[in-house]
Design a binder for this molecule. Sequence first.
Ligand code: ME8
Length: 587
Amino acid sequence: SSFPRALEKPYYTTSPIFYVNAAPHVGHLYTMVLTDILKRWQVLQGKQAILCTGTDEHGMKIQQAAAKANIPPKEFCDLTSQRFLDLAERAGLSYDHFVRTSDEDHKEAVQYFWYMLKTRGYIYESKHQGWYCVSDETYYPETMIEKRLDPQTGKTFMASQETGKEVEWSSESNYHFRLSAFKDRLLEFYKENPEFLVPTTRMNDVVQSVSAGLEDLSISRPVERLSWGIRVPDDPSQTIYVWLDALVSYITKAGYPWAPGKQSAGGWPADVHVIGKDIVRFHCIYWPAFLLALDIPPPKQILAHAHWTLGNQKMAKSTGNVVNPLFAIDRFGIDVMRYYLAHDGGIKNDSDYGNNLIVERYKKGLQGGLGNLVSRITRPKIWSVRKSVEAARDGTLRRGAKYTKQHAAMLSDLARLANGKMEQLDPGAALQLIMDAVYDTNKYLQNCAPWALAKTQDIRPRRSGVEDGGETVRRSPWLVARSEEVKEANQIADDIVEKHAEPHDLNQDRIERTVFHCAEAIRIVGILLQPYMPTKAAQLLDMMGVDESRRTFDYARLDADYTYGMPKSAPGRHDYDSLFPPLSVEK
Ligand code: ME8
């Protein structure tokens, strides 16, 4: 379109904002990495993109944690918020905003949001009774709680059926949001946007629970109960419910409250909120209802991923069943962690975390797959990537031979197919396709075996009348074993002998063709891996001598670039070793 790029709404993606009641774990890193891959994929395509992450600092849970630690709440939040910020840095998260719900601009956004809801008549005051769960920061209806036994103390307690977390009876006066008024509008919205929640299978629960009827939502608590939070405007005796506060953070950094017509400049509506499956209700029911109430467009999509487990139990700070992501990054390096989390992390189903699995993925995919391919193509002295690329540029490479045709088709489709997976918000599936291209290329290389061709000078069979000069055709044992290859070579030889008077150096031709195709595979894969492993992919593209201006999505196809193959400095042995070195855990 002729619409100037600068005026287009930037792609806007968010991670959840993290509770600061405990230190970050690998589950948080996962959600950050998924969000970052989605953003970087857009950037790869030349689009403007914004990523917002941050910390969720108010509410009973934090208030209690701070009290327990005997630290004033704000100081307590500063400490843990900093740890999430550190993690974002270490994770290579390309965030544009780090929102803290204790920030002044956020507080103003929440109070304005509340004020608008109130002005439009969606907020009223009444007595509220119910079972509140501090750990989940939500009320549960009578039908969703049960009696449980604590095996340690032998005492019984009331708990959420869904999460098993303790609930307590509360009876108090507070403000309510008319959620019940949104049943039809929400159902209509879901119908019009069947891919609002991905995976779409999670949508059934949402539709079911909305269809069953919605109760109005308690959105404040008396200050005596909850003081750590944002005050209700015009009523300092009440504190705003932490989830209303937290959800608004998504628009705070997009510039809310907006001047007329300005909402898209900050990225709103969000393209994707990435969240864990545990917080679907808040994002798919409450959040669109709040926004619809103010005629603000809801986010376009929600990606709700599954959980990491450890010993098949959900990784959660409340149980202490967690892996410290900073230790994992120290041990394996961030790019390897990003690769592993994207590769093995569940969208539909939970995944169990294991160091042995990280080592396995590393050895197979990165060292044995990609690293091996790169070193087999760029290291040998008997051919040159640059020369092959030049031959391709000059049109002197012959095409259409058996293995090459298939391989070329794969390389031509790869970027488009991977993008299709990304559009379905499935970075893991896209990564699988990219890695399959690596494995296929290794097979292609094995089949073509240019190293064997380099050893035989000429594989043309004797033909009567053509070569009676007593020249012996040297055939390596390898060529005899691969009679298919020989047949193919003979076919080419016949063609050439028919078409050209001059004999052609067939082996040279075939070697260059093979090397070029492998180099193309590495170049294309390197481009597409950038969102997953920003540092390693850049290192790889440097080694291939791919110009920095030619690393965008448009170049991720066969024959899109004939300028590479000459790295600024010739890679030495240490470059290959530093690309995918033996893991320190193996040493
Ligand atoms: O829920 N596996 O914060 P939170 C995968 N503050 N991902 C996991 C995980 C696991 N075991 N555990 C946590 C909150 N996560 C709210 C969000 S948003 C307006 C407010 C991920 O710190 C998952 O994405 O408890 C989850 O949604 C997120 O961390 C935040 O968890």
